[in-house]
Design a protein around this ligand. Structure first.
Ligand code: FES
Length: 347
């Protein structure tokens, strides 16, 4: 089947798609994702809008809830709610976002998170400079299970997920000129980056494909990368790197180290010899999915709420455009503190 995609500049890309393939996946594999599939196809975030220029399919009830009637009549739909049934022409709203950094340095440390890739370059001024970008895999879902489900749908899918990570890392290495690399991340991101089998992470009883704590080759001319230990099926190299950093500061025991993202990971350090780790799926809660004005953190998005003499005050850069999950938790904490919300969540 042929899908003609009209990008925002007016250029036309023609791509081949399989009968029954979700349009969300067609766009991702063409590197033309329409933004971040925050709800992973549940039809609740509205981030994957596309416009059918001909043969618009019947709108589904989620689309009636998220898209205005006039736009529905003009062919706007959600890419996650429709599969390829025939040749079609679609138009995109926005181009994929780009990232840039000009920081240079010998050492590059990267944390491949499910929603964001963060990195720090040990710059020439001998201080680590931190940056972040959206994980390009966000085009097929914002949490681990949607990525695993897509990865296991075909060999092409798994290799494309790996390719987008490797090319993002390649760009970071090129921009920074780094010659030494350390890569952390949750177990699924690390397994995808290294092309490891994913079945053990997708199905119970969950098992690790590899235990980390090794220097490995990422291929494609990249320097060898050290990957910190993977402690359990969903307790990854990110929390073990964090634990190493905390231990290096000779902390007081006991303490709890928490890493909250789409997966929550916790380490309870009882003393120097006893550590207990656990994890919990959190889904895209921190990204504000499920809130009518929810959004990922960024410009215009409320991420902190305070109370002062003039009432509630929000921390936001630029015109207000939404509230992140973190901002919402902050708001709830303030409302609880001033007695406007009871412990059951009632006003
Ligand atoms: S509505 Fe399509 S990914 Fe959320």
């Amino acid at each position: 089947m042929k899908v003609e995609i009209i990008v925002v500049t007016g250029d036309v890309r023609s791509v081949q798609a399989r009968l029954g393939q979700p349009l969300l996946h067609v766009l991702f594999e063409a590197n033309l994702s329409q933004g971040w599939a925050l709800c992973a196809g549940a039809g609740s975030c509205g981030k994957c809008r596309i416009r059918f220029l001909d043969h618009a399919p019947q709108a589904q009830c989620e689309e009636h809830a998220l898209i205005q009637q006039e736009d529905l009549e003009h062919g706007w739909r959600l890419a996650c709610k429709h599969v390829v049934t025939r040749d079609c022409r679609i138009q995109l709203r926005t181009l994929p976002r780009q990232r840039s950094t000009s920081e240079e340095g010998e050492l590059l440390a990267i944390d491949v998170g499910t929603t964001r890739i963060k990195w720090a370059v040990d710059g020439k001024r001998n201080r680590a400079v931190e940056h972040a970008m959206i994980n390009p895999q966000m085009g097929v879902g914002s949490e681990i299970m949607s990525r695993l489900s897509y990865a296991l749908s075909s060999e092409t899918a798994q290799s494309h997920l790996r390719e987008v990570l490797v090319s993002a890392i390649k760009q970071l290495v090129k921009d920074s000129g780094a010659r030494s690399l350390a890569v952390g991340g949750n177990t699924t991101m690390i397994a995808m980056l290294l092309g490891l089998p994913l079945q053990g992470l997708a199905f119970a009883p969950y098992t690790l494909p590899w235990r980390g704590d090794e220097t490995v080759g990422l291929g494609n001319g990249l320097p060898p990368a050290y990957v910190p230990p993977l402690l359990g099926p969903f307790i990854g190299a990110d929390i073990s790197a964090g634990l190493a950093a905390v231990c290096a500061k000779e902390p007081e025991y006991p303490y709890l180290l928490a890493d909250l993202g789409t997966n929550g990971e916790f380490v309870l350090a009882v003393d120097e010899d006893h550590f207990f780790a656990a994890s919990v799926p959190m889904g895209p809660a921190i990204e504000g999915v499920g809130l009518c004005c929810g959004s990922m953190a960024g410009d215009g998005v409320v991420s902190k709420v305070r109370v002062g003499q003039k009432g509630l005050h929000v921390d936001v850069q630029g015109a207000m455009a939404g509230i992140s999950g973190t901002g919402y938790v902050s708001l709830l904490a303030v409302l609880r503190r001033i007695g406007l919300l009871d412990e059951d969540g009632h006003f």
